[in-house]
Ligand binder design. Structure first.
Ligand SMILES: Cc1ncc(C[n+]2csc(CCOP(=O)(O)OP(=O)(O)O)c2C)c(N)n1
Length: 309
């Protein structure tokens, strides 16, 4: 059935309002859209690594989650979810359970790219029928904006502070989506909360209803860490996509497909200038050109993988 924003918006909220995430934060928008892709009759077991999404939605004795929710440690959201899935498979086999459950793990980039990567890699390799959703806001935001391996080069964070000598983070971001593709999973996708959420919704649906392990890497802008005004959340994600800093694509059983090609690829400076964390380099043409060259290189490589050249 064709995607329809109005219809999907009428589905019951599975992450309800009243949680304590910041205004203008991408993570709850991502979580709500992912969960909306569940069939209403299906139940879900959700796990989350420690991070903003976890600590702001699940403060004992309150919870904003309508489904079973497990607060796991920072490093093991993926295996906590995989363990529950293994128990479910056994209970189904032995006739102890009739309902259909889906298994979804969430983690920020700190909990996914860095601290939870071995648990994620293991859960994916063992073939559990689950989806791991990384909401990538590009730093350890919950503890005060520390750099992670997902933080873009030159971003100002509290552990890569921009000063007179060092202009912010010194390394390019890790390409975790490529690392997950190397696991030969049935479904891997990179997406973002833009437009009418079609891309994010459809990829979530595919990830949830593809048998076996699936991974979604979702860009989730953060007003505190990126330093933008809260109403600009979607604009921030759209700029990341239109500058090709964050291309949208999917990989089904190893086959790459580009799902969005900007009509006019915008210069990376458009995205950098919209955020306070890059303020120190936007007037430095050499650094901007260096970042542009890196974006172009990765974009060209992706186009080739997708057979778009
Ligand atoms: C093993 C461990 N180390 C450190 C912490 C402290 N801690 C809690 S949340 C957090 C940051 C999480 O960052 P990320 O995963 O990127 O999610 P975000 O907060 O950005 O949503 C840290 C360092 C912890 N809870 N457990």
């Amino acid at each position: 059935m064709a995607y329809n924003l109005k219809e999907t918006s009428l589905k019951p909220e599975r992450l309800t309002g009243g949680h304590r995430m910041c205004a203008g934060c991408g993570a709850p928008v991502v979580a709500r859209t992912v969960l909306r892709a569940l069939k209403p009759e299906d139940k879900a077991v959700i796990t989350s690594a420690t991070g903003c999404l976890e600590v702001s939605t699940f403060i004992y004795p309150y919870t904003a989650w309508q489904d079973s929710f497990i607060h796991s440690a920072f490093e093991n959201s993926a295996v906590t979810c995989a363990g529950a899935e293994a128990a479910y498979v056994n209970m189904k086999k032995t006739g102890q359970l009739d309902d259909t459950y889906k298994f979804i793990a969430f983690g920020g980039d700190g909990g996914t790219y860095d601290i939870g990567i071995q648990s994620l890699s293991g859960a994916m390799e063992r073939g559990h029928d689950m989806v791991y959703v990384c909401y990538d806001n590009g730093a350890y935001m919950n503890t005060g904006i520390q750099r992670s391996s997902a933080t873009p080069k030159y971003a100002d964070t509290t552990t890569s502070p921009a000063g007179k000598v060092v202009p912010g983070k010194q390394q390019y971001r890790k390409d975790l989506t490529a690392v997950m593709v190397a696991h030969n999973l049935p479904y891997v996708a990179q997406t973002a909360p833009i437009g009418n959420f079609k891309d994010l919704y459809e990829k979530s649906e595919k990830a949830i209803y593809t048998e076996g392990p699936a991974f979604l890497n979702v860009l989730a802008p953060c007003p505190r860490g990126w330093r933008y005004d809260t109403p600009k959340l979607i604009e921030m994600a759209q700029l990341a996509v239109d500058t090709c800093f964050w291309p949208l694509f999917e990989v089904e059983n190893g086959v790459y497909k580009l799902t969005y090609k900007p009509k006019n690829k915008r210069p990376i400076s458009d995205w950098l200038e919209a955020q306070g964390r890059f303020r120190h380099i936007t007037k430095d043409p050499e650094k901007v050109a260096e970042l542009q060259a890196e974006v172009d290189k990765r974009w060209e490589h992706l186009l080739a993988l997708c057979g778009e050249k």
